[in-house]
Design a protein around this ligand. Structure first.
Ligand code: GLY
Length: 377
C-alpha cells in the first residue's frame, strides 16, 4: 500500500551526497569500516571478515550502484562481498542475515545475477541450525556448544536476520525456513515486548527446557529500559515478518513499537541512545536508530493495510530523514561517515560517532523514497 507523495525537495541532494562520499570512502578503505574515531573510519581487522557489519558496507556499495548506475560500485560490491565468504561456517552467529541479505541477496535483486544467491542460501542453512526447538528461538551469539548463558540468549537485533530465512523458503520451497523465522518472531513478541510497547534488548532462556528466565540488556541502559536501536530493529523486523507471512500479529507488533517510541522522540526525531536514560535531554543520540527506524517505517508503510496509518508511517519516515539530512550528516564536518552522532554502545563507552549501519539504512531509506519500485526487499 505505497503512498504517492511528491519527493522531498532535498532528496536529490541527499542522494548525491551519499553517492559522492561512498565513492570517496571506496577509494580510501583497505578493510571493512565499522565506526568513526576522530572523523576517520575504524577498520575491522581482516581476519574478522567484516565482523557483523561487513554486509552493511557491501550493501552500501550496492545501493550506491542503484542510485548512480555507476558500474564501478557494482564491481566493488562484488569484490568486497567475496571477503564475507569465510563467515559461512558453523561458528557464525545470527548476523548471517545482515551479512548475506545485504551482501548478496540485494545484489541479486539489483542485477538479476543468480550466482549471488548461492552464498545466501548457505547462510540461511547455517542460520536455521541455530534454532532452539524447545524454546522456539534462534540463538543470537556464540557457538552451538557454548555456555548455557549464550545458548539461551535472544536479542532484538535478530528480528533483522529473519528475512534471510523467509527468502530461503521462497527460493528452496522448504517451509522449515519460514517456520523457524515466524516462531522466533512470535517468541520475541511474547518475551521481549512489554505491555507498554517497549522492548528489552535481550532475553535469557534455559537452553535445555526452553523456558523463559528473564529480560536483560547488552547495549541498553538496563533490563527494564528500552534501547533505541533495538526498538528500531523491532519496527523494521516485524514489518518484514508481516510482509513475509501476512500474519496480522506481526503488523500489530510493529505498530505497537511505534506507539511506544513516537511520543518519546525529541523534537528533531533522532532518538537518544536509550528511551529511559535519566540524563535526557543531556545525553547522546543514536542517529543509526533513526535511520533504521526511517527505513523500517517506509517498509511498514508499503505493507500497512490501513491507508491512514500508511501515510502516517511514510510522513514520519520523511520527517526523520529530513532531520538526519539537515542536522546529522557529515556534509559540513568532513567526517568519513554519512551520518554523525551515532552510538554503538554507551555501556561500552562507544558513542557519538559514525556507524556503517547507520549509513546503510540512511541511504536505503532515501532510495526507498526516491525509487519506490526498486527491489530492495
Ligand atoms: N546488532 C548489533 C547492534 O545493533 O549494535
Amino acid at each position: 500500500m505505497t503512498n504517492q507523495t511528491t519527493p522531498p525537495s532535498w532528496l536529490d541532494a541527499a542522494l548525491e551526497f551519499c553517492v559522492a562520499k561512498t565513492r570517496h570512502n571506496l577509494s580510501t578503505l583497505v578493510n571493512f569500516p565499522e565506526r568513526t574515531e576522530g572523523g576517520q573510519w575504524v577498520q575491522i581487522p581482516p581476519e574478522q571478515h567484516g565482523w557483523w557489519v561487513g554486509g552493511h558496507w557491501v550493501g552500501l556499495l550496492w545501493l550506491a550502484y542503484a542510485a548512480s548506475g555507476d558500474p564501478a560500485f557494482e564491481t566493488a560490491a562484488r569484490d568486497w562481498g567475496k571477503r564475507l565468504l569465510p563467515q559461512l561456517n558453523e561458528n557464525a552467529d545470527h548476523d548471517l542475515g545482515f551479512l548475506f541479505e545485504l551482501g548478496f541477496i540485494l545484489g541479486n535483486r539489483l542485477t538479476g545475477d543468480e550466482s549471488l544467491k548461492s552464498p545466501a542460501l548457505q547462510a540461511a542453512a547455517i542460520l536455521s541450525r541455530r534454532f532452539n526447538a524447545r524454546g522456539q528461538f534462534i540463538q543470537a551469539w556464540g557457538a552451538l556448544d557454548s555456555s548455557p548463558e549464550l545458548r539461551g540468549r535472544t536479542i532484538m537485533d535478530t528480528m533483522m536476520n529473519l528475512d534471510l530465512l523467509f527468502w530461503a523458503r521462497n527460493e528452496t520451497g522448504n517451509p522449515r525456513y519460514a517456520e523457524i523465522a515466524a516462531a522466533h518472531a512470535r517468541t520475541t513478541l511474547a518475551h521481549h515486548l512489554r505491555t507498554d510497547g517497549s522492548t528489552s534488548h535481550t532475553c535469557d532462556f534455559d537452553p535445555e527446557t526452553g523456558l523463559f528466565i528473564r529480560q536483560g540488556t547488552h547495549q541498553g541502559m538496563s533490563a527494564t529500559s528500552c534501547w533505541s536501536r533495538g526498538q528500531a530493529w523491532g519496527v523494521y523486523g516485524f514489518a518484514d515478518c508481516y510482509r513475509a507471512t501476512g500474519d496480522p500479529v506481526f503488523l500489530n507488533a510493529s505498530r505497537r513499537l511505534m506507539v511506544y517510541l513516537w511520543p518519546r522522540l525529541p523534537a528533531d526525531l533522532v532518538p537518544f541512545w536509550d528511551y529511559d536514560s535519566p540524563l535526557i535531554p543531556n545525553d547522546v543520540r543514536d542517529s543509526s536508530a533513526a535511520s533504521v527506524l526511517a527505513s523500517g517505517l517506509l517498509s511498514l508503510a508499503a505493507v500497512e493495510n490501513d491507508p491512514n496509518l500508511a501515510s502516517i508511517w511514510q510522513n514520519r519516515a520523511i520527517s526523520i530523514l529530513e532531520s538526519l539530512w539537515k542536522s546529522y550528516t557529515s556534509r559540513d564536518t568532513g567526517e568519513a561517515s554519512l551520518l554523525i552522532h551515532g552510538t554503538r554502545s554507551k555501556p561500552h563507552n562507544l558513542m557519538d560517532h559514525g556507524l556503517i549501519y547507520g549509513d546503510y539504512y540512511f541511504l536505503e531509506a532515501l532510495l526507498r523514497l526516491a525509487k519506490p519500485k526498486l527491489a530492495i526487499s
